[in-house]
Design a protein around this ligand. Structure first.
Ligand code: GLN
Length: 399
C-alpha cells in the first residue's frame, strides 16, 4: 500500500476565518520595519520585581502542575482586589478560575454555556475572537453596532451604546450577551447608569453576560471603571474576564482569570480542565505575590493617562481627527479628511499604506466588524515608550 501524499480534506470549522488582524499587522510592521502601534502590547519592560517573583517561584521548585482552578494564593489575591475595588465578594474556591489569558477565558466561557442554535449578542466593533468562539460553540451571533456620532463635517466624533437595538436583540432566546468596557477598539467606557440600564434589559430573560474587562485599570481623568462585579444583579449572571498581561505589562505571559457565580464557574471549569487543564505554576506564584501591593494597578491610570495625553498632544499637530479615549491604551482617529489621496482608501488599505509607506502600523477598525463597515477610523496603541511615540508622531505629522 502506498501512503497518501497529502492529508485528507475536511470541512473547516471556521471557514470564514483567516489570521487575526493583530498578527497580520505585527508581521507587516516587522517586514517593513514600521513603528508598531497596531497590535496592543507595551514596548517597555515590566517591573523587575515581578520577574524576580516568578524566578523565585521557579527556583523554589514550584514547577509542577498547580491545582486545575489555579493556585489559592492568586485566587485569594484576586478575590481581595475585586472586593476592594468593586465591593463584590467572589468565593475564591467556587467562583474564581485562573486562565491562560483573557482570550482563553472568553472561549471557555462561551463553550461552557452556548449550545448549538443559541443566540449570542455582541456589540460591534467587537474584539475579533468573540464571533469565531461563538461559531465553534455552534451559537448564532446577533451583532448590534455601536451608534456612530458624527460631527458637522461628517467625521466620526464618538460612539454610543445602541440601547434600542440592544433591547430588540435581547429576548427569550438570548443565551449570552458579550460586553466590553473599557472598550477595544474605541476606548469607550460604560457608566454606572449604563449597567443599570443593562440590568433592566436582561431582567426578565435568562441571558447570561460575559463582561470583558481586561482594560479595567485603564480609565482616565479621575473616572472609575464600572465592573459588573459592582452591580449585584449583573454579577449574579456574569462571567467577568480580566487579564494580568494588560495590567502588568506582560501580554506574553498569557495569564488572566474568570470570576463568575458558582453555577457558571462549575460549568466553566468542566470545559477549562479539558481545554488547558491549568495555567503555568511559577507565573501564578509570581503574580500572586506582586498582586499583594495594590499600588501597581492603582497607579496604572496615571501611568497610561500621561502616555495618552502625550500621544494626543502630538496627534493634535497632525491632520487626523482624534476621537475621545476615556479608557484602554488605544487611540482611534478619523483619517477621512486628510488632504492626501490615500484618505479615500478603505481602512484596511489605509493601514497597509501607513505601515509600508509611512512606517507606522495601525489597526483598521473595520476588522472589528463582520460585515464590511467603513468609517474612516483606525486604531493606534499608545502603550509605548515616549521615544517610540515621538518617532511615530514625527512620521504622522509629515503627512
Ligand atoms: N488585544 C490585543 C489588541 O487588540 C491583541 C491580542 C492579540 O493579538 N491576540 O490589539
Amino acid at each position: 500500500m502506498t501512503a497518501p501524499d497529502h492529508a485528507p480534506s475536511f470541512p473547516s470549522r471556521l471557514p470564514n476565518v483567516g489570521t487575526t488582524v493583530f498578527t497580520v499587522m505585527s508581521a507587516l510592521a516587522v517586514e517593513h520595519q514600521a513603528i508598531n502601534l497596531g497590535q496592543g502590547f507595551p514596548d517597555f519592560p515590566c517591573d523587575r520585581k515581578l520577574i524576580t517573583s516568578v524566578n523565585d517561584a521557579m527556583l523554589a521548585d514550584r514547577n509542577q502542575y498547580p491545582p486545575m482552578i489555579g493556585i489559592a494564593e492568586l485566587r485569594n489575591g484576586i478575590c481581595q482586589k475585586i472586593k476592594n475595588l468593586y465591593g463584590h465578594h467572589y468565593d475564591p474556591d467556587k467562583e474564581i478560575t485562573i486562565t491562560a489569558g483573557g482570550t482563553q477565558g472568553i472561549l471557555t466561557a462561551i463553550l461552557a454555556c452556548v449550545s448549538p442554535g443559541d443566540e449570542v449578542v455582541i456589540i460591534e466593533p467587537a474584539y475579533d475572537s468573540y464571533r469565531p468562539s461563538i461559531e465553534l460553540a455552534g451559537g448564532k451571533t446577533i451583532a448590534v453596532s455601536l451608534q456612530v456620532k458624527r460631527d458637522p463635517n461628517g467625521q466620526v466624533a464618538s460612539y454610543e451604546i445602541p440601547w434600542e437595538a440592544l433591547a430588540k436583540a435581547i429576548h427569550s432566546k438570548t443565551r449570552l450577551l458579550i460586553i466590553n468596557s473599557p472598550h477595544n477598539p474605541t476606548g469607550m467606557v460604560w457608566q454606572e447608569a449604563d449597567l443599570d440600564r443593562l440590568a433592566q434589559l436582561v431582567k426578565n430573560t435568562s441571558a447570561l453576560i460575559l463582561s470583558d474587562e481586561v482594560y479595567e485599570h485603564m480609565v482616565f481623568d479621575g473616572a472609575e471603571h464600572h465592573s459588573v462585579a459592582s452591580h449585584p444583579e449583573l454579577a449574579a449572571r456574569s462571567f467577568l474576564i480580566s487579564s494580568f498581561g494588560k495590567t502588568y505589562h506582560v501580554t506574553g505571559w498569557k495569564v488572566g482569570y474568570v470570576a463568575a457565580p458558582p453555577l457558571l464557574t462549575k460549568e466553566f471549569r468542566k470545559v477549562h480542565q479539558f481545554n488547558v487543564f491549568t495555567v503555568n505554576t511559577p507565573m501564578q506564584y509570581g503574580l500572586a505575590s506582586y498582586l499583594e501591593d495594590a499600588s501597581h494597578y492603582l497607579n496604572l491610570p496615571d501611568f497610561y493617562q500621561s502616555k495618552r495625553d502625550f500621544f494626543r498632544a502630538g496627534l493634535e499637530k497632525t491632520q487626523f481627527k482624534l476621537l475621545p479615549t476615556p479608557g484602554t491604551y488605544f487611540q482611534c482617529v478619523d483619517y477621512s479628511a486628510l488632504s492626501i489621496p490615500e484618505s479615500k482608501l478603505n481602512e484596511a488599505d489605509f493601514c497597509q499604506w501607513l505601515t509600508t509607506k509611512v512606517g507606522v502600523a495601525a489597526i483598521p477598525v473595520s476588522a472589528f466588524y463582520d460585515q464590511p463597515t467603513e468609517s474612516g477610523v483606525i486604531r493606534f496603541c499608545y502603550a509605548k515608550e515616549e521615544q517610540t511615540l515621538s518617532n511615530a508622531l514625527q512620521r504622522l505629522q509629515n503627512l
